[in-house]
Design a protein around this ligand. Structure first.
Ligand code: CTP
Length: 392
């Protein structure tokens, strides 16, 4: 998995000779498992064809505001993008962007987006040093645009000097820095879903957990730049950058968790406390009459993580039925850094619904009640809280 896995990147190619290098840049992005869409200006097609980019990215290339068949390609791409690279960015492009002129697809996409922008200028030295270009660049930096390069070296027509577009590898590094979120550099484990404990090959003991809360927490961590391992018993999708490890039983979950060395562990799974002691190898038959199912305890995954010699920051979950004092007592006994408690009797909270009403219990037993929120909002607030604990 690379830092770019699943990230949605728009590459805007404008009309300079360095445009030929942008094909290699597109390839590096695709190799890094980013999703890449290209917008190309008419001027750029003098140097490189859209077919090249379509072949590299496997996606149609946007050339014009009107010919793509889409109603509004610039706003659609602008909203889709997690970051936009302009490479090469010509002097004319910088001038247009500095003034907010948006008469064609490339500059309109940039104006229609709130995503971070990385500019890779390329032009002759005289054009680069011209006060107009430097003024435009200062404006763009003021607007929060990032700039990579230009470098000094050979320019078009046998000239030498500053103005050469940064090499594609350097642009990729700058993009990774630009995308780095508050959790970048940290490895996160999330457990999610309700485990299934086999009675026989067909039947299991299970619970009502949908995995929505855990998946929302994992997705938000990925959006904030963490490397995320999601060990889940739920049949749900996740953010493309998440390492999704599907398991079924508490035992499989414990084994998968055991292999992962992490900085932060969020134990949102509803793990069965007991499992059938001797699951049958073949299907139980009605004619045998009701079976006696002897149970045995499952491994306590949370406790195993808490007793590691290299102990991560641990967030436990606690599903209670109208009893916060039991949740506080349990939080203090277990010793997690934070415990998220939800009352599964509350119609807006808990299993299967999109909302949650939780209380946060600190390691000291202090309780903070949060209002009814969507599970995505709970995930975002939880990460804000964890970040503030890690960097007080
Ligand atoms: N948990 C776990 N492994 C288990 C059981 C629970 O990792 N075998 C984790 C859950 O993911 C959750 C926390 O422990 O983060 C609390 O789970 P919960 O079922 O509420 O508590 P229990 O430990 O089972 O305690 P009790 O049965 O007394 O409520």
């Amino acid at each position: 998995m690379s830092a770019l896995s699943g990230r949605r990147i728009v590459l805007v190619v404008t009309g300079g000779v360095a445009a030929y290098k942008s094909a290699y840049l597109a390839r590096l992005l695709v190799e890094g498992e980013a999703e890449v869409r290209v917008v190309i200006t008419e001027e750029a097609t003098n140097f490189i064809g859209p077919t090249t980019f379509a072949a590299i990215t496997g996606q149609p290339v946007v050339r014009s505001l009107f010919s793509s068949g889409q109603v509004s390609p610039h706003t659609e791409l602008g909203r889709w993008a997690e970051a936009i690279i302009v490479a090469p960015a010509t002097a004319a492009t910088l001038a247009r962007l500095a003034l907010g002129i948006s008469e064609e697809a490339a500059s309109a996409t940039l104006l229609a987006s709130t995503a971070p922008v990385l500019l890779a200028p390329a032009m002759h030295t005289e054009m680069w040093e011209n006060p107009a270009t430097q003024r435009n660049l200062a404006l763009l930096r003021q607007d929060g645009r990032s700039v990579v390069g230009p470098e000094t070296g050979a320019l078009a027509g046998g000239d030498e000097g500053i103005g050469r577009m940064a090499e594609p590898e350097v642009i990729v590094e700058a993009l990774i820095d630009l995308l780095a979120g508050p959790l970048s550099g940290l490895t996160v484990l999330v457990t999610a879903g309700g485990t299934r404990e086999a009675i026989d090959p067909v039947r299991f003991l299970g619970n009502r957990s949908s995995g929505k809360m855990g998946h929302a927490i994992a997705d938000e961590a990925a959006r904030r730049g963490a490397r995320v391992h999601l060990v889940t018993a739920a049949d749900r999708r996740s953010h493309p950058a998440v390492d999704l490890i599907r398991v079924e039983s508490a035992q499989e979950m414990a084994e998968a968790v055991d292999k992962l060395d992490v900085d932060i562990a969020i134990m949102a799974a509803a793990v069965a406390d007991f499992r059938p002691k001797d699951p049958r190898g073949s299907k139980l038959s009605r004619s045998e009459g009701p079976p006696d199912i002897a149970l045995e305890p499952t491994p306590d995954i949370l406790s195993a993580v808490l007793s590691r010699s290299k102990r991560p920051f641990v967030v436990g979950f606690s599903a209670e039925t109208s009893n916060i004092s039991r949740a506080v007592e349990k939080a203090l006994r277990k010793g997690s850094d934070l415990t998220v408690s939800n009352d599964v009797d509350d119609p807006g909270a808990g299993f299967g619904v999109d909302t949650n009403r939780v209380s946060i219990i600190s390691a000291e037993g202090d309780v903070e009640e949060w209002p009814l929120l969507s599970k995505d909002e709970v995930a975002a607030r939880l990460w804000d809280l964890i970040q503030s604990r890690l960097n007080p």
